[in-house]
Design a protein around this ligand. Structure first.
Ligand code: SF4
Ligand code: SF4
Length: 79
């Protein structure tokens, strides 16, 4: 499993600074997570750091994003 960034992202630029795996990058207009690099911060912190710092609540588990996509299509989600 990995985390993903939804189109709720405001591109504040904070989450890349806390990711231990450099898994987050800017791909205008929003940021994205490389799901191959995301380890959910296991072994680094007790909680996913990108989720902790995101004031827009734009970071979600990939499985949750897929389920939500079925209810309300995102415009900016990329794996
Ligand atoms: S959960 Fe942790 S490893 Fe995964 S993208 Fe967020 S900060 Fe990086
Ligand atoms: S912290 Fe949240 S709003 Fe800011 S760039 Fe990351 S995902 Fe986007």
């Amino acid at each position: 499993m990995a985390y993903m960034i939804t189109d709720e992202c405001t591109a504040c630029g904070v989450c890349p600074q806390v990711c231990p795996n450099n898994a987050i990058w800017e791909a205008a207009p929003i940021f994205h997570i490389n799901t191959w690099l995301c380890t959910e911060c296991l072994g680094f912190a007790g909680a996913p750091q990108c989720v902790e710092v995101c004031s827009a609540n734009a970071v979600v588990l990939a499985a949750v994003a897929v389920l939500d996509h079925r209810r309300r299509p995102f415009s900016g989600v990329k794996v």
